[in-house]
Design a protein around this ligand. Sequence first.
Ligand SMILES: Nc1ncnc2c1ncn2[C@@H]1O[C@H](COP(=O)(O)OP(=O)(O)OP(=O)(O)O)[C@@H](O)[C@H]1O
Ligand SMILES: [Mg+2]
Length: 264
Amino acid sequence: MDAIAFDRVTLARAGRIVLTDVSAAIRPGEFIGVFGPNGAGKTTLLHAVLGLLQPVSGALRVFGATPMRGNDEAGYLPQTRTPSPDLRLRGRDFVASAFRGERFGLPRLGRDGRREVDWAIETVEAKALAYRVLRELSGGELQRLHLAQALLGKPKLLLLDEPLTGLDPHFQEAAVALVKRIQRSRGITVLFTAHELNPLLGAMDRVLYLGQGRAALGTVDEVITGEVLSRLYGARIEVLRGNGRILVASGRGPVESDVHRHDV
Ligand SMILES: Nc1ncnc2c1ncn2[C@@H]1O[C@H](COP(=O)(O)OP(=O)(O)OP(=O)(O)O)[C@@H](O)[C@H]1O
Ligand SMILES: [Mg+2]
């Protein structure tokens, strides 16, 4: 059975079509890098997999079933993080605050709940942060606690929306390596959205690239080509390779750094 199967899925937001007729099958245990320009539909696609958004047409199956909101099978790190976590919280209480979707107030956890919170913190290698207050953590450390929140419920599927935003190259590498270790040791399926390919090159099994309402799923060599990306960007794109890195460029310069300028 596929972990996620899109069969001619069309997704819309506020009546506007975002993705058209997407067909793709993601196997259990795969690490998929999800890319595409701003507004291409990466977050929208994750919302559909979470059951937060129904397809306009086509069939979407997650582990063989229609995705349902609030399902424990999927752990989710939203692109827009918890708007304003109480910065006086300690790391462990912050992780616990997400237990069973309880984002506000601290739930009273039983022994199993407390164990699971400790397990999630250990899994993201954040034991040293458990009793520190959020206000004193760096962005990258806070990010690790967000990842621990996504692991509550021991999901089979991890949906991470731009987990590298705001991290410098060193912490990006550490974050990717951490997710890779979790994927390998637990055999879970990972969808990881990002704006830059290079930090994910060693970790991804395949790439899902979105653009112009379309999607291409395949290995890096299959998808990251001038031909495929020109179709997805609707413009002439060149792909340059060297030193184990890839540069995706349009006539106006590197596509990826263009995207980053928008972010800043
Ligand atoms: N809640 C919403 N209501 C209406 N339109 C939306 C909503 N969220 C997103 N959209 C629109 O849907 C399209 C896809 O947005 P989405 O957030 O999925 O893109 P993305 O690929 O995640 O982009 P980014 O790289 O900026 O995060 C965009 O045109 C966006 O304006
Ligand atoms: Mg997004």
